[in-house]
Design a protein around this ligand. Structure first.
Ligand code: COI
Length: 355
Protein backbone atom coordinates (compact mmCIF):
# COMPACT_ATOMS: atom_id res chain seq x y z
CA UNK A 1 0.00 0.00 0.00
CA UNK A 2 1.21 3.50 -0.80
CA UNK A 3 1.50 5.99 2.03
CA UNK A 4 0.18 9.37 0.87
CA UNK A 5 2.17 12.35 2.10
CA UNK A 6 0.13 15.52 2.71
CA UNK A 7 1.59 19.04 2.86
CA UNK A 8 2.21 20.16 6.45
CA UNK A 9 3.07 23.56 7.91
CA UNK A 10 6.25 22.88 9.89
CA UNK A 11 7.24 24.43 13.21
CA UNK A 12 9.73 27.11 12.32
CA UNK A 13 12.26 27.67 13.72
CA UNK A 14 12.47 24.36 15.58
CA UNK A 15 14.15 24.87 18.93
CA UNK A 16 13.76 21.93 21.28
CA UNK A 17 13.60 22.74 24.99
CA UNK A 18 16.67 21.68 27.01
CA UNK A 19 14.40 19.73 29.40
CA UNK A 20 12.49 17.42 27.06
CA UNK A 21 10.87 15.21 29.69
CA UNK A 22 8.98 12.22 28.29
CA UNK A 23 6.12 12.60 25.80
CA UNK A 24 5.45 16.31 26.26
CA UNK A 25 6.31 17.62 22.77
CA UNK A 26 5.19 16.17 19.45
CA UNK A 27 6.37 16.47 15.86
CA UNK A 28 4.45 18.27 13.09
CA UNK A 29 3.22 15.09 11.41
CA UNK A 30 1.51 11.83 12.24
CA UNK A 31 0.70 8.63 10.37
CA UNK A 32 -2.86 7.28 10.16
CA UNK A 33 -4.61 4.44 8.39
CA UNK A 34 -8.06 2.97 8.78
CA UNK A 35 -9.40 -0.55 8.83
CA UNK A 36 -12.81 -1.82 7.85
CA UNK A 37 -13.74 -5.49 7.97
CA UNK A 38 -14.91 -5.25 4.36
CA UNK A 39 -11.83 -3.55 2.88
CA UNK A 40 -8.94 -4.25 5.30
CA UNK A 41 -6.37 -1.50 5.90
CA UNK A 42 -6.71 1.56 3.69
CA UNK A 43 -6.05 5.31 3.45
CA UNK A 44 -2.47 5.27 4.79
CA UNK A 45 -1.50 8.93 5.16
CA UNK A 46 1.18 11.04 6.79
CA UNK A 47 -0.37 14.44 7.45
CA UNK A 48 -0.48 17.13 10.12
CA UNK A 49 -0.36 16.09 13.80
CA UNK A 50 -3.89 16.89 14.93
CA UNK A 51 -6.69 15.85 17.31
CA UNK A 52 -8.64 12.70 16.44
CA UNK A 53 -12.39 13.00 16.10
CA UNK A 54 -14.28 10.01 17.56
CA UNK A 55 -17.94 9.19 17.93
CA UNK A 56 -18.77 9.23 21.68
CA UNK A 57 -19.97 5.64 21.22
CA UNK A 58 -16.68 4.50 19.64
CA UNK A 59 -15.86 1.11 21.10
CA UNK A 60 -12.43 2.14 22.39
CA UNK A 61 -14.13 4.60 24.76
CA UNK A 62 -16.31 1.89 26.29
CA UNK A 63 -14.61 -1.47 25.92
CA UNK A 64 -11.08 -0.08 26.01
CA UNK A 65 -10.01 -1.97 22.94
CA UNK A 66 -6.68 -0.31 22.26
CA UNK A 67 -3.04 -1.26 21.91
CA UNK A 68 0.13 0.79 21.69
CA UNK A 69 3.86 0.43 21.22
CA UNK A 70 7.07 2.30 21.90
CA UNK A 71 10.24 2.42 19.84
CA UNK A 72 12.88 5.10 19.33
CA UNK A 73 14.93 6.87 16.64
CA UNK A 74 18.48 7.79 17.74
CA UNK A 75 20.72 10.60 16.48
CA UNK A 76 24.17 9.35 15.46
CA UNK A 77 27.33 11.45 15.86
CA UNK A 78 27.57 11.74 12.03
CA UNK A 79 24.12 13.40 12.00
CA UNK A 80 22.28 10.30 10.71
CA UNK A 81 19.36 8.58 12.43
CA UNK A 82 19.04 4.95 13.58
CA UNK A 83 15.98 2.84 14.36
CA UNK A 84 16.49 -0.04 16.80
CA UNK A 85 14.86 -3.39 16.01
CA UNK A 86 11.66 -2.00 14.45
CA UNK A 87 10.87 -5.57 13.30
CA UNK A 88 10.58 -6.70 16.93
CA UNK A 89 8.36 -3.72 17.64
CA UNK A 90 6.07 -4.59 14.73
CA UNK A 91 5.93 -8.22 15.91
CA UNK A 92 4.95 -7.19 19.43
CA UNK A 93 2.30 -4.80 18.08
CA UNK A 94 0.70 -7.70 16.23
CA UNK A 95 1.00 -9.99 19.24
CA UNK A 96 -0.93 -7.40 21.27
CA UNK A 97 -3.44 -7.05 18.41
CA UNK A 98 -4.05 -10.80 18.43
CA UNK A 99 -4.65 -10.90 22.19
CA UNK A 100 -7.02 -7.94 22.07
CA UNK A 101 -9.03 -9.27 19.10
CA UNK A 102 -7.80 -6.54 16.75
CA UNK A 103 -6.56 -6.78 13.15
CA UNK A 104 -2.83 -7.20 12.58
CA UNK A 105 -0.89 -4.62 10.58
CA UNK A 106 1.44 -6.08 7.92
CA UNK A 107 4.89 -5.73 9.56
CA UNK A 108 6.37 -4.30 6.35
CA UNK A 109 3.76 -1.51 6.41
CA UNK A 110 4.22 -0.85 10.15
CA UNK A 111 7.99 -0.48 9.65
CA UNK A 112 7.66 1.57 6.45
CA UNK A 113 5.20 3.92 8.18
CA UNK A 114 7.68 4.48 11.03
CA UNK A 115 10.62 4.92 8.66
CA UNK A 116 8.76 7.39 6.44
CA UNK A 117 7.52 9.40 9.42
CA UNK A 118 11.00 9.53 10.95
CA UNK A 119 12.59 10.55 7.64
CA UNK A 120 10.10 13.41 7.26
CA UNK A 121 10.57 14.45 10.90
CA UNK A 122 14.34 13.82 11.11
CA UNK A 123 15.01 17.35 12.37
CA UNK A 124 12.96 16.47 15.48
CA UNK A 125 15.39 13.70 16.49
CA UNK A 126 17.21 15.40 19.37
CA UNK A 127 21.00 15.34 19.65
CA UNK A 128 21.65 15.73 23.41
CA UNK A 129 23.13 12.67 25.17
CA UNK A 130 20.60 9.87 25.80
CA UNK A 131 17.72 11.73 24.12
CA UNK A 132 15.76 10.19 21.23
CA UNK A 133 12.63 10.54 19.14
CA UNK A 134 10.11 8.24 20.85
CA UNK A 135 7.66 6.69 18.39
CA UNK A 136 4.25 5.62 19.60
CA UNK A 137 2.26 3.34 17.24
CA UNK A 138 -1.32 2.95 18.49
CA UNK A 139 -4.51 1.20 17.39
CA UNK A 140 -8.06 1.90 18.58
CA UNK A 141 -11.50 0.43 17.85
CA UNK A 142 -13.54 3.22 16.29
CA UNK A 143 -16.86 1.57 15.44
CA UNK A 144 -19.94 3.20 16.99
CA UNK A 145 -21.48 0.43 19.07
CA UNK A 146 -21.79 -0.20 22.79
CA UNK A 147 -22.01 -3.99 22.45
CA UNK A 148 -19.05 -5.97 23.77
CA UNK A 149 -18.09 -7.72 20.56
CA UNK A 150 -15.41 -7.64 17.87
CA UNK A 151 -15.64 -4.25 16.14
CA UNK A 152 -15.35 -3.86 12.40
CA UNK A 153 -13.54 -0.52 12.25
CA UNK A 154 -10.18 0.55 13.59
CA UNK A 155 -7.75 3.45 13.41
CA UNK A 156 -3.99 2.89 13.47
CA UNK A 157 -1.92 5.99 14.11
CA UNK A 158 1.72 6.75 14.85
CA UNK A 159 2.91 9.87 16.66
CA UNK A 160 6.44 10.86 17.64
CA UNK A 161 7.89 12.83 20.53
CA UNK A 162 11.45 14.01 21.25
CA UNK A 163 12.26 12.65 24.71
CA UNK A 164 14.80 12.30 27.48
CA UNK A 165 14.93 8.93 29.31
CA UNK A 166 11.68 8.11 31.11
CA UNK A 167 13.22 8.74 34.54
CA UNK A 168 14.26 12.34 34.92
CA UNK A 169 17.41 11.45 36.89
CA UNK A 170 18.92 9.64 33.87
CA UNK A 171 21.08 6.86 35.29
CA UNK A 172 20.36 7.84 38.93
CA UNK A 173 18.83 4.80 40.69
CA UNK A 174 15.06 4.66 41.05
CA UNK A 175 13.25 3.66 44.22
CA UNK A 176 10.71 0.88 43.71
CA UNK A 177 7.78 -0.06 45.94
CA UNK A 178 6.38 -3.59 46.12
CA UNK A 179 2.65 -3.39 46.90
CA UNK A 180 0.82 -6.22 48.53
CA UNK A 181 -2.75 -5.12 47.88
CA UNK A 182 -2.67 -4.67 44.12
CA UNK A 183 -1.72 -6.91 41.22
CA UNK A 184 -1.09 -6.08 37.57
CA UNK A 185 -1.87 -9.13 35.49
CA UNK A 186 -2.69 -12.79 35.66
CA UNK A 187 -1.61 -15.54 33.28
CA UNK A 188 -4.18 -15.76 30.48
CA UNK A 189 -5.16 -12.13 31.05
CA UNK A 190 -3.83 -9.18 29.08
CA UNK A 191 -0.49 -8.68 30.87
CA UNK A 192 1.53 -9.70 27.81
CA UNK A 193 -0.30 -7.22 25.60
CA UNK A 194 0.68 -3.57 25.48
CA UNK A 195 -2.82 -2.35 26.21
CA UNK A 196 -3.78 0.72 28.26
CA UNK A 197 -5.78 -1.21 30.88
CA UNK A 198 -2.53 -2.64 32.26
CA UNK A 199 -1.26 0.89 32.79
CA UNK A 200 -4.57 2.40 33.96
CA UNK A 201 -4.77 -0.25 36.67
CA UNK A 202 -1.28 0.66 37.87
CA UNK A 203 -1.84 4.36 38.43
CA UNK A 204 -3.42 4.23 41.89
CA UNK A 205 -0.71 1.88 43.18
CA UNK A 206 1.98 4.12 41.67
CA UNK A 207 0.42 7.21 43.30
CA UNK A 208 0.55 5.44 46.66
CA UNK A 209 4.17 4.46 46.01
CA UNK A 210 5.00 8.09 45.13
CA UNK A 211 3.42 9.29 48.37
CA UNK A 212 5.75 6.90 50.24
CA UNK A 213 8.82 8.26 48.43
CA UNK A 214 9.15 5.64 45.68
CA UNK A 215 8.93 6.22 41.92
CA UNK A 216 7.73 2.91 40.54
CA UNK A 217 5.86 -0.23 41.50
CA UNK A 218 7.27 -3.76 41.28
CA UNK A 219 4.49 -6.22 40.51
CA UNK A 220 4.41 -9.66 42.06
CA UNK A 221 2.42 -12.49 40.46
CA UNK A 222 -1.32 -12.23 40.95
CA UNK A 223 -1.93 -15.70 42.44
CA UNK A 224 0.66 -16.21 45.16
CA UNK A 225 1.81 -12.59 45.32
CA UNK A 226 5.30 -13.89 45.68
CA UNK A 227 7.01 -14.23 42.28
CA UNK A 228 8.43 -11.20 40.48
CA UNK A 229 6.66 -10.10 37.29
CA UNK A 230 7.78 -6.65 36.16
CA UNK A 231 8.02 -2.98 37.13
CA UNK A 232 5.48 -0.34 36.01
CA UNK A 233 7.37 1.01 33.00
CA UNK A 234 9.93 -1.75 32.43
CA UNK A 235 11.05 -5.37 32.81
CA UNK A 236 13.42 -6.15 35.68
CA UNK A 237 16.73 -7.99 36.08
CA UNK A 238 18.75 -9.14 39.11
CA UNK A 239 22.55 -9.50 39.13
CA UNK A 240 23.98 -12.23 41.36
CA UNK A 241 27.61 -12.05 42.50
CA UNK A 242 28.35 -9.54 39.75
CA UNK A 243 28.45 -12.34 37.16
CA UNK A 244 24.98 -13.82 36.70
CA UNK A 245 21.97 -12.00 35.29
CA UNK A 246 18.51 -13.35 36.02
CA UNK A 247 15.17 -11.99 34.83
CA UNK A 248 11.62 -13.33 35.28
CA UNK A 249 10.71 -15.86 32.59
CA UNK A 250 7.92 -14.79 30.22
CA UNK A 251 5.17 -16.39 32.23
CA UNK A 252 2.17 -15.25 30.25
CA UNK A 253 1.63 -12.15 32.39
CA UNK A 254 4.80 -10.22 31.50
CA UNK A 255 5.48 -7.86 28.63
CA UNK A 256 7.89 -9.26 26.01
CA UNK A 257 10.29 -6.33 26.22
CA UNK A 258 12.46 -5.65 23.19
CA UNK A 259 15.02 -4.02 25.49
CA UNK A 260 14.79 -7.05 27.80
CA UNK A 261 15.42 -9.42 24.87
CA UNK A 262 18.38 -7.31 23.68
CA UNK A 263 19.94 -7.06 27.14
CA UNK A 264 19.91 -10.83 27.50
CA UNK A 265 21.91 -11.10 24.26
CA UNK A 266 24.35 -8.36 25.28
CA UNK A 267 24.84 -9.87 28.74
CA UNK A 268 25.94 -13.15 27.13
CA UNK A 269 28.26 -11.17 24.85
CA UNK A 270 29.82 -9.73 28.02
CA UNK A 271 30.40 -13.27 29.36
CA UNK A 272 27.72 -13.02 32.04
CA UNK A 273 25.70 -16.14 32.65
CA UNK A 274 22.02 -15.50 31.98
CA UNK A 275 18.83 -17.18 33.13
CA UNK A 276 15.10 -16.61 32.81
CA UNK A 277 13.38 -18.03 35.85
CA UNK A 278 10.53 -17.87 38.29
CA UNK A 279 11.98 -15.43 40.84
CA UNK A 280 10.74 -15.69 44.40
CA UNK A 281 10.66 -12.21 45.91
CA UNK A 282 11.28 -13.52 49.43
CA UNK A 283 14.46 -15.18 48.16
CA UNK A 284 15.40 -11.90 46.49
CA UNK A 285 15.17 -10.20 49.88
CA UNK A 286 17.31 -12.92 51.48
CA UNK A 287 19.86 -12.73 48.64
CA UNK A 288 20.12 -8.96 49.01
CA UNK A 289 20.76 -9.39 52.74
CA UNK A 290 23.40 -12.06 52.10
CA UNK A 291 25.09 -9.78 49.59
CA UNK A 292 24.50 -12.23 46.74
CA UNK A 293 22.32 -9.83 44.73
CA UNK A 294 24.72 -7.09 43.82
CA UNK A 295 22.47 -5.09 41.46
CA UNK A 296 18.89 -4.74 40.31
CA UNK A 297 17.89 -2.77 37.25
CA UNK A 298 14.90 -2.14 35.01
CA UNK A 299 14.98 -2.26 31.22
CA UNK A 300 12.56 -0.74 28.72
CA UNK A 301 12.39 1.40 25.61
CA UNK A 302 11.42 4.51 27.57
CA UNK A 303 13.51 3.74 30.65
CA UNK A 304 16.54 2.26 28.75
CA UNK A 305 18.39 0.75 31.76
CA UNK A 306 17.30 2.14 35.10
CA UNK A 307 19.25 0.94 38.16
CA UNK A 308 17.08 0.25 41.22
CA UNK A 309 18.57 1.84 44.33
CA UNK A 310 15.93 0.97 46.92
CA UNK A 311 13.07 -1.48 47.39
CA UNK A 312 10.15 -0.77 49.71
CA UNK A 313 8.28 -3.79 51.01
CA UNK A 314 5.91 -4.11 53.96
CA UNK A 315 7.37 -1.18 55.88
CA UNK A 316 11.00 -2.08 55.13
CA UNK A 317 13.28 0.01 52.96
CA UNK A 318 16.07 -2.06 51.46
CA UNK A 319 19.10 -0.49 49.74
CA UNK A 320 20.63 -2.23 46.71
CA UNK A 321 24.36 -1.75 46.12
CA UNK A 322 24.28 1.08 48.72
CA UNK A 323 21.80 2.91 46.50
CA UNK A 324 24.39 3.33 43.73
CA UNK A 325 24.22 2.23 40.07
CA UNK A 326 26.24 -0.97 39.63
CA UNK A 327 28.95 -1.88 37.12
CA UNK A 328 26.89 -4.50 35.24
CA UNK A 329 24.03 -2.06 34.61
CA UNK A 330 26.60 0.51 33.49
CA UNK A 331 28.35 -1.86 31.07
CA UNK A 332 25.06 -3.05 29.59
CA UNK A 333 23.83 0.53 29.29
CA UNK A 334 27.05 1.50 27.46
CA UNK A 335 26.77 -1.51 25.11
CA UNK A 336 23.07 -1.02 24.35
CA UNK A 337 23.20 2.73 23.84
CA UNK A 338 26.53 2.37 21.99
CA UNK A 339 24.78 0.22 19.39
CA UNK A 340 21.62 2.36 19.31
CA UNK A 341 23.50 5.64 18.78
CA UNK A 342 25.97 4.08 16.31
CA UNK A 343 29.04 4.43 18.58
CA UNK A 344 29.59 0.64 18.54
CA UNK A 345 29.34 -1.82 15.64
CA UNK A 346 25.89 -3.27 15.03
CA UNK A 347 27.09 -6.84 15.49
CA UNK A 348 23.60 -8.34 15.81
CA UNK A 349 21.97 -6.58 12.83
CA UNK A 350 19.59 -4.59 15.04
CA UNK A 351 19.97 -1.18 13.44
CA UNK A 352 18.07 0.29 10.52
CA UNK A 353 19.60 3.56 9.36
CA UNK A 354 16.86 5.89 8.14
CA UNK A 355 18.65 9.20 7.57
C1 COI B 1 8.02 2.06 26.70
O1 COI B 1 9.06 1.89 27.33
O2 COI B 1 8.01 2.22 25.47
C2 COI B 1 6.73 2.09 27.36
O3 COI B 1 5.76 2.04 26.67
C3 COI B 1 6.60 2.23 28.80
C4 COI B 1 5.87 3.48 29.11
C5 COI B 1 5.44 3.47 30.51
C6 COI B 1 6.72 4.67 28.81
Amino acid sequence: MTIRILPVIETSPLTLPSELGFGRYFTDRMFTQRYAATTGWHDAVIGPYQPISLDPAAQVLHNGQMIFEGTKAYRRADGGVNLFRPDRNAARFNRSAQRMGMPEVPPELHIRAIETLVKLEARWVPGAPNTALYIRPTMIATEKDLAVRAPREFLHFIIASPVAPYFAGGFAPVAVYVPHDYVRAVRGGTGEAKTPGNYAGSIKATEEALALGYQQVLWLDAIERRYVDEVGAMNIAFVYDGTHLCTPALSGAILHGVTRESILVLARDLQLTVSEDRIDFLEVLADIERGRITEIFGMGTGAVIAPVGRLGYQGRDIAINDGEPGPVARRLFDELTGIQYGRLPDRHGWIRSVA
